[in-house]
Design a protein around this ligand. Structure first.
Ligand code: AFP
Length: 332
């Protein structure tokens, strides 16, 4: 007989108990993201058939070329967050300024989200994802400013991966839990309760085409991972998909390390690529809650303070021993 699995709704309801209003709002928003994720998964499956692939023309605030599905995904997530009546503002990769959702700033959460991350994979039917973080609202207007703060301010974070199956992984500060979408019922079912990342892995993920621009410590660390040594399980294998969600998900389940270091071509002005509020900080919370580690190479990601909505940060994330080893190379 097939095992009965908890739905996302049941899992979230189970953790509400007598928690205050904000905790209930977290459940409402994560469920809202689950609902829109099921819609996004269907849209992705039909996109090539409905002429929804390709570019709209123009770039977003980060200078990336905008795809039709980036715009559609932003609008779908915005509508879903409005419907929760728990979100005061939405910080999106596709909008320069926060989208304010309540004139009086009354709702308890601010949501930072990249609706379609890894969108360069869209036209080749590669994996993409949605990344999100929930932060407490301040009750003031404009509400979006409450997103500017430390990574440790996040009250929940997660991602959805649109791969062979659609997977939603989230944490609300009490472990990291994974759900798989049942396409027959559109329900997310608990398939990966209390995920624990292995202490060490055998795989690293990084865009090695950028090796010329890396910090010396970063270069030395990757060289170390590639150098055979039976006793320490080297060389590691390289896997890189071009979508952070897919690379972090593999790392979370199998262990190892995913890295997007800063460009150190001008050592006085290192230039990271990934966005702090809706890529780097949410993934750091998810992985730390599974027993992993997330660092810039020199400091803990969750201790970084966002001062701009589209701020960028370097990330080395994954198994605690692997990330600690990378930090060691940065110190040498
Ligand atoms: P896009 O959403 O613009 O495709 O960027 C995806 C991403 O932010 C992240 O998901 C990937 O890990 C990283 O960029 C890939 O960047 P490179 O193409 O420079 O390796």
């Amino acid at each position: 007989m097939a095992e009965t699995r908890s739905t996302l709704h049941e899992h979230l309801a189970g953790r509400q108990g007598s928690l205050p209003e904000r905790a209930r709002a977290v459940s409402t928003v994560v469920e809202g993201i689950g609902r829109v994720a099921a819609v996004i998964a269907k849209e992705l499956a039909h996109a090539a058939l409905r002429d929804r692939l390709g570019y709209v023309g123009g770039t977003n605030v980060s200078g990336d070329q905008v795809k039709k599905l980036d715009v559609w995904g932003h609008e779908a997530v915005e509508a879903s967050l409005r419907a929760t009546r728990a979100c005061a503002a939405f910080i999106s990769e596709e909008a320069k300024e926060p989208v304010e959702m309540t004139p009086e700033g009354a709702h308890p959460l601010v949501v930072c989200c990249d609706p379609v991350d890894g969108s360069s994979n869209l036209d080749v039917n590669g994996t993409v994802g949605t990344i999100f973080a929930l932060r407490p609202a301040s009750g003031k207007t404009p509400a979006g400013q409450a997103a500017l703060g430390l990574g440790t301010d996040q009250v929940a974070a997660g991602y959805v991966m649109y791969g062979p199956a659609t997977t939603l992984v989230y944490t609300a500060g009490d472990g990291t839990h994974g759900f798989t979408l049942d396409p027959d019922t559109d329900e997310f079912l608990l398939t990966h309760p209390n995920i624990k990342i292995p202490a060490r892995g055998k795989v690293y993920g990084i865009n090695e085409g950028n090796v010329h621009s890396w910090h010396a410590g970063q270069r030395a660390y990757v060289e170390y991972l590639r150098t055979p040594d039976k006793a320490s399980g080297r060389p590691y294998s390289l896997r890189y998909s071009g979508a952070m969600v897919a690379d972090v998900h593999r790392t979370l389940l199998d262990g190892g390390v995913f890295m997007y270091p800063a460009d150190f071509s001008d050592p006085a002005k290192p230039k990271p690529k990934l966005r702090l509020l809706y890529e780097v900080a949410p993934m750091a919370m998810v992985v730390e809650q599974a027993g992993g580690r997330a660092s810039t190479g020199t400091e803990r990601v969750l201790d970084l303070r966002a001062t701009e909505y589209h701020q960028r940060a370097a990330i080395i994330i994954g198994s605690p021993d692997d990330v600690a080893m990378a930090e060691d190379f940065y110190r040498r």
